[in-house]
Ligand binder design. Structure first.
Ligand SMILES: [Zn+2]
Length: 467
């Protein structure tokens, strides 16, 4: 008997962590993500493991996003010492993500302790250190796509293209159990087939149990042609209003996709007069990792673009300026119009985008352009939902800017693509939906049942499924 227990991304979108147990696989977790939104110190201390970290035999990591990987250093600090299987590109990105997250965590902790000291209260300690981040990296085992890797006798893991971000994978675990071979397929985060820099998500045919993401279970995206038309219209409108465009962007994935498409517009002569700024040290570093893999890999691993071959994404967009220092970031404020600023964080929960919003969101000529998923409770979501006023830096700001969303750039598959992916399995496996808000999950479960006769479970945190 094999079991899977859900410890995160159960009826929610963040904190992915699912524990697989069987005699041949041992105890393995699929992802070790943190919950996102709000202050890092609180989140990291609140996210407790409901298993002994030292009792785990291995971790299998679908991709580098922090909601799938962010608690790995905490896991190591609590005694986990086994291998972390992922693709080699995921390991490259993970180093940047975990170091950046630790920097923010350390900074938040210093501020918190200063506040506690002022009140004469006892200070609190970090739950993990830089040493734990380094140890996570030393435990990573890079595995090639589509090459089964045995991790215990009778148990192997294979990574398939998920098309979500560089290195992202659908995880297939094949193992012996009760005298037969069993297949567990975990979708990880499934990408949008319109992504330019990656292969489409692989379709698998065999499974006993499928854990499937459902972020966009309740809606479809516009296709890429419509999305690019919309982008051209938004740029033209903003130009005519004498304004600028702020793009809150996730450092990994969305930033590189939008850079590529802006590069195409530039080559078509449609970006004349605009100045583009990439104002995020982390996104700049991640873009260089993308460049490395775009050059290195054959087209079986990353969709190879003739346009960017032998060039970097940065060189592909000659009008791009890169802002590393805060001074370079602040200098953008001197330009009153014709500026496109790409900055983190993607949901406006922190980062340099908020400084640009402070300068421009109350101006009617500004456009805020969202290109990725906005989770409930984030400032980005409030704006997309039509907030007329927002609070930042202890102050209130009227939202006079035009708020636009380009769904076609999403890193996640839309509803129709999720249904098609689920229907590719040929042997009627059990399905469990993860990584979605409850409403999106229910809509997707209803559609799968009606259209494909697939019945899904919607496991809550702590629930277990046997297969
Ligand atoms: Zn992701």
């Amino acid at each position: 008997m094999a079991t899977i227990t859900f410890f995160g991304a159960a009826l929610e979108v963040t904190g992915s962590c699912h524990l697989l147990e069987s005699s041949s696989t041992g105890r393995v977790i699929l992802d070790c993500g943190m919950h996102q939104g709000g202050d890092a110190v609180k989140r990291i201390s609140k996210d407790k493991f409901e298993f002994e970290a030292s009792s785990l035999d291995a971790v299998i990591l679908s991709h580098a996003h922090l909601d799938h990987s962010g608690l790995l250093p905490k896991l190591v600090s609590q005694g986990f010492d086994g291998p972390i299987y992922c693709t080699a590109a995921t390991a490259d990105l993970l180093r940047i993500m975990l170091n950046d997250a630790f920097g923010l965590y350390e900074r938040d902790m210093e501020r918190k302790n200063l506040r506690l000291q002022r009140k004469g209260k006892r200070t609190v300690k970090l739950e993990y250190s830089q040493k734990d981040v380094d140890k996570v990296m030393s435990l990573c085992v890079g595995v090639r796509y589509r090459s089964p890797r045995e991790f215990r006798t009778g148990a192997s893991v294979t990574f398939h293209d998920a098309g979500h971000i560089l290195g992202s994978a659908i995880v297939e675990v094949v193992f012996e159990d009760e005298g037969r071979q069993k297949h567990l397929v975990y979708s990880g985060d499934l990408g949008n087939a319109d992504s330019t820099l990656m292969n489409d998500p692989a379709k698998l045919q065999q499974a006993d149990l499928v854990l499937m993401e459902s972020t966009y279970g309740n809606r479809d995206h516009r296709d890429m042609d419509q999305t690019l038309d919309q982008l051209r219209d938004i740029l033209a409108d903003t130009w005519n209003r004498g304004g600028s465009v702020l793009i809150p962007s996730f450092a990994v994935g969305r930033t590189q996709e939008i850079l590529f498409h802006l590069g195409c517009l530039q080559h078509d002569g449609l970006l004349d007069g605009w100045k583009v700024y990439l104002d995020s040290p982390m996104a700049i570093e991640v873009t260089s990792v993308y460049d490395k893999w775009l050059r290195l890999l054959d087209d079986e691993d990353v969709r190879k673009l003739t346009e960017v071959q032998h060039k970097s994404l940065v060189e592909f967009l000659p009008t791009l300026s890169i802002c590393i220092t805060p001074e370079e970031s602040m200098a953008i404020n001197d330009h009153h119009k014709g500026v496109i600023v790409i900055a983190g964080s993607g949901m406006c929960t922190g980062g340099r985008i908020r400084h640009h919003m402070k300068h421009r969101i109350w101006r009617a000529e500004t456009t805020m352009l969202f290109i990725g998923f906005q989770a409930q409770g984030t400032l980005g979501r409030n704006l997309v939902d039509g907030a007329e006023k927002i609070r930042m830096f202890g102050d209130e700001f009227a939202v006079k800017a035009t708020i636009e969303t380009l769904g076609g750039f999403s890193a996640h598959a839309g509803q129709a693509a999720l249904i098609e992916w689920a229907a590719s399995f040929q042997n009627s496996p059990q399905f469990a939906l993860v990584h979605g808000e409850p409403q999106a999950m229910q809509v997707l479960a209803g559609k799968l049942s009606q259209e494909k006769q697939i019945q899904c479970q919607l496991p809550a945190r702590g629930e277990q499924i046997s297969f």
